[in-house]
Design a protein around this ligand. Structure first.
Ligand SMILES: *[C@@H]1O[C@H](CO)[C@@H](O)[C@H](O)[C@H]1NC(C)=O
Ligand SMILES: *[C@@H]1O[C@H](CO)[C@@H](O)[C@H](O)[C@H]1NC(C)=O
Length: 306
């Protein structure tokens, strides 16, 4: 009597999913039962058919388990806490998106002057999915969200650039502590200004690439010099931006400056796009410019965060 025959006689076939269990902690080991009809023993052909059936069910099960694992490692918007040397407070929060199991590239996302709104954390999630990056939207205002544009200007005016740089360093170190190899930074309007400042002021070992959207810092305010930027920069501006600091005339000056300081820099203007053209709930949302610019952003970061 061969071994298989003996098992079949018991009419209950216990399958231990050891190959699946290995991928999980021991306490999650599990098994399932297959009830075998007695007439299964009739022929070798029916036995083969049964084995084939079991194999196919195992494959289905494995696919389910894999999918479950995938859902677990992909973070949608996880609020994380990390330390910062900003004298304002020794810790802060951010919204982490992406899959730490599948990416070693981190991207810090800096809010518009409204604060860390749902819209900006959604945008960070969108970028993470689009480029298989791990994004961290950092809450530079520490909980404040402006309800009006006046409030937004007040909040951004009060922010210390020195403190923000400490916060960004803290965010980069946090990402590295989670297994990220290289970190880039991007930001939108106010966040664009902070992004370029960070590229000029923070050690390139910590921040390796920068992509500002319609923001150019005032050298006095940031205490930085764009000419000192040593990391690749990709800048995005709308041709119809009428803001004082990010209109096409100011943007063109930046383009020439960047052209002179590095051959890895990229510069893009978007036709018919106004200020804040990426903000989906804003008046000037421009879908084509949004999609094209975010695609360029993730391609650029994937290239430079190797
Ligand atoms: C900025 O840096 C460049 C290059 O190091 C230097 O030539 C220029 O004078 C600096 N500008 C200011 C305002 O310090
Ligand atoms: C953008 O500016 C151009 C040139 O001034 C103008 O023709 C066009 O209508 C503007 N587009 C939008 C969407 O405002």
């Amino acid at each position: 009597m061969n071994a298989l025959f003996r098992i079949l006689l018991s009419s209950i076939f216990l399958v231990q999913l050891t190959h699946l269990a290995n991928a999980k902690p021991k306490r999650n080991r599990w098994s399932f039962k297959v009830d075998l009809p007695m007439d299964i023993l009739a022929t070798q052909a029916s036995l083969d058919e049964l084995k084939e059936d079991i194999r196919s069910k195992l494959n289905d099960l494995e696919a389910v388990v894999n999918k479950r694992c995938e859902a677990k490692t992909m973070m949608e918007k996880e609020i994380v806490r990390f330390t910062s040397e900003n004298p304002k407070a020794d810790h802060m929060y951010g919204s982490l998106s992406g899959d730490l199991m599948k990416s070693t590239k981190g991207l810090i996302v800096i809010q518009e002057n409204l604060g860390m709104t749902n819209e900006i954390t959604d945008r960070a999630l969108k970028i993470a999915k689009l480029g298989n990056l791990v994004t961290l939207a950092v809450d530079l205002y520490r909980g404040d969200i402006a309800q009006t544009h006046d409030e937004a200007r007040e909040l951004s005016g009060m922010l210390s650039y020195d403190g923000a740089m400490k916060d960004i360093e803290g965010a980069a170190m946090y990402l590295k502590s989670r297994g990220i190899k290289k970190v880039g930074i991007t930001g939108f309007c106010f966040g664009g200004r902070i992004t370029l400042s960070a590229a000029a002021l923070i050690n390139p070992d910590l921040i390796s690439a920068a992509a500002p959207f319609y923001g150019i810092p005032d050298p006095e305010m940031c205490g930085c010099n764009i000419s000192n930027i040593a990391v690749p920069v990709q800048a995005h501006f709308g041709m119809n931006d009428t803001s004082r600091s990010a209109n096409p005339v100011e943007a063109e000056k930046l383009r020439i400056l960047l052209e002179n300081i590095g051959d890895k820099n990229e510069f893009f203007f978007y036709d018919n796009a106004g200020h804040a053209f990426n903000r989906v709930d804003g008046d000037r949302y421009n879908k084509d410019a949004d999609e094209l610019s975010l695609k360029r952003l993730v391609d650029f970061m994937n290239k430079h965060l190797m």
